[in-house]
Design a protein around this ligand. Structure first.
Ligand SMILES: Cc1cc2nc3c(=O)[nH]c(=O)nc-3n(C[C@H](O)[C@H](O)[C@H](O)COP(=O)(O)OP(=O)(O)OC[C@H]3O[C@@H](n4cnc5c(N)ncnc54)[C@H](O)[C@@H]3O)c2cc1C
Length: 329
């Protein structure tokens, strides 16, 4: 039985896991975090909870549309029936569209937890800091921060953002150049929880002016806690400029922008500020998944295709297809 290691329990790695386990491989997944999902992240603080990373998933391809329907039938995701608004300054208008938006149940990480069930082993809170390829046996061993070694593995899949993949690649791998060419954009995210419902006409809005690009009432999504909770995402350009700004300043500016966008000035009772250093790829290799045949090494992630959950899913599937020799039309 082929033994495979996946570094990173993001959507791409977990999608690869699905196919590989169906093909009889034994798969061990490593992640530096406490749980799975990567950027499908959820946060709980005080009495409030939020989806802190990806907000919803949508399909541009028939394959992913079909997958979403299957996950919906299994209860892993649900349709979020929301009409987004568009906000420009103090101008707020409903901006209905016919996009089907889905969310993980009962939070975004609910999906990754289900996908993970196919793993033989999930090793959490374990940051892999070194990889060793034995060219005689063609196998990999991995070392974490504490010096613990894992392996040997017949194949290695790396599903981390490119900056975190680079130190794990063999110096002589031809993938180094492709990986170092991908730039990831930061995103400041403010989470606010309130004692009472805000008097705001919309549940989600794309914001076209100021520091914010997206706001959403988390509790308007299916399966979430009823307590009023809002997610505020800054746009990438602003986040890049404020990347190293003091947290208090970032929080204050985002709170002010939120008050302008919603017209609500109620003080929040729970507050959490998060800086995503690697939120979305600005460019991508466009190849689906990257393969270094000489090292039994495959790389996947949204940055290998396109910046979305769908992109990560397609990339993970491409990675597994390389290893199993499967082709999809
Ligand atoms: C704020 C924000 C909002 C977004 N909104 C949307 C949206 O609404 N819709 C949408 O489709 N997409 C959205 N996205 C993008 C979407 O979340 C990503 O495209 C997708 O989740 C990427 O998955 P991935 O598998 O490529 O990588 P990731 O989710 O980044 O997974 C990588 C994993 O690798 C782990 N890791 C890294 N280094 C190591 C190491 N050395 N050892 C062990 N583990 C390691 C990390 O902990 C992480 O779990 C958003 C992203 C962010 C940040």
């Amino acid at each position: 039985m082929k033994k495979i290691a996946i570094i990173g329990a993001g959507v791409a790695g977990l999608t690869a896991l699905q196919t590989l386990s169906k093909h009889g491989c034994s798969v061990t997944v490593f992640d530096k975090s406490r749980g799975s999902g990567g950027r499908l992240s959820s946060k709980k603080s005080g009495a409030s909870s939020w989806d802190m990373g990806a907000q919803f998933m949508r399909a541009h391809t028939d394959e992913f549309r079909t997958q979403l329907k299957m996950w919906e039938a299994d209860g892993w995701v649900a349709h979020w029936d929301v009409t987004p608004w568009a906000i420009n300054g103090t101008q707020r208008t409903a901006s209905p569209d016919d996009i089907d938006r889905y969310v993980g149940m009962p939070r975004m990480t609910g999906l990754s937890r289900k996908l993970l069930e196919a793993a033989d082993d999930f090793i959490t809170q374990t940051r892999i800091v070194e990889t060793q390829f034995n060219s005689d046996s063609g196998t990999w061993s991995l070392t974490d921060e504490d010096g613990t070694e894992f392996g040997p593995f017949d194949e290695l899949i790396i599903n981390t953002p490119p900056q975190q993949a680079l130190p794990l690649l063999p110096a002589e791998s031809q993938l180094n150049e492709q990986v170092s060419g991908v730039h990831m954009l930061p995103c400041w995210t403010l989470l606010l929880g309130f004692e009472n419902s805000l008097e705001c006409a919309f549940d989600a809005a794309f914001v076209k002016s100021g520091p914010i690009s997206w706001i959403a009432r988390n509790n308007s999504k299916p399966g979430r806690d009823a307590r009023e909770a809002w997610v505020i995402q800054a746009n990438h350009e602003w986040s890049e400029r404020k990347k190293d700004a003091p947290r208090e300043q970032v929080q204050q500016e985002l709170e002010e922008a939120f008050a302008i966008a919603t017209g609500c000035t109620v003080a929040a009772s729970d507050i959490w500020l998060h800086r995503w250093l690697y939120s979305l790829p600005a460019n991508s290799s466009g190849l689906g998944a990257l393969r270094d045949e000489a090292h039994n090494l495959t790389l996947c992630g949204d940055w290998c295709l396109k910046p979305s959950i769908e992109g990560a899913w397609l990339s993970g599937r491409a990675a597994a297809n390389i290893l199993t020799g499967t082709h999809h039309d």
